[in-house]
Ligand binder design. Structure first.
Ligand SMILES: Cc1cc2nc3c(=O)[nH]c(=O)nc-3n(C[C@H](O)[C@H](O)[C@H](O)COP(=O)(O)OP(=O)(O)OC[C@H]3O[C@@H](n4cnc5c(N)ncnc54)[C@H](O)[C@@H]3O)c2cc1C
Length: 75
């Protein structure tokens, strides 16, 4: 398979996925590669910290993730 893109991001963890999303939003053609077929919740943690929440809010992603079932930490 041949892909012609401006940027290839290897790894769809939080860092790679957000980078690919932000580049795509800027109309940069991106190929995001991930070695695993599924992203297991068990691996990526149980708690979204304040900084993570702020980054997701900054990019308009927090509400979408909340809809998928986020348990808010109140204190
Ligand atoms: C057990 C555990 C629990 C954690 N709990 C929390 C938590 O509760 N809250 C929290 O905020 N953080 C938690 N973390 C930390 C959090 O998972 C990391 O901070 C975060 O995943 C880092 O993101 P990243 O995108 O930099 O890297 P990663 O998440 O490591 O993503 C890298 C991705 O690249 C892929 N990859 C690597 N090499 C290749 C390749 N050659 N080809 C294709 N794909 C490749 C990997 O499969 C992976 O999906 C936890 C970490 C662990 C290990």
């Amino acid at each position: 398979m041949n892909y012609k893109v401006d940027v290839c991001v290897v790894g769809a963890g939080p860092g790679g996925a957000l980078l690919a999303y932000l580049l795509a939003k800027k109309n940069v053609s991106v190929l995001l590669l991930e070695q695993h077929a599924a992203v297991g919740k068990a691996f990526r943690g149980e708690h979204l910290n304040e900084e993570g929440e702020a980054i997701l809010k900054e990019h308009g992603l927090f509400e979408k993730i909340e809809q998928l079932g986020l348990l808010r930490m109140e204190n």
